[in-house]
Ligand binder design. Sequence first.
Ligand SMILES: [Zn+2]
Length: 41
Amino acid sequence: MGTIVCQTCNSTIDHFEDEKVTRLYSKCKSGECEQPKDDLE
Ligand SMILES: [Zn+2]
């Protein structure tokens, strides 16, 4: 299964069917993005 994650906050946005485990980077919808608080500096 593939996963789409936000390149800004690294949260999972959506999933899609794929033969392999795949990770694609996208962005949250405007206003829905939560900035990482205590992740990486
Ligand atoms: Zn985001």
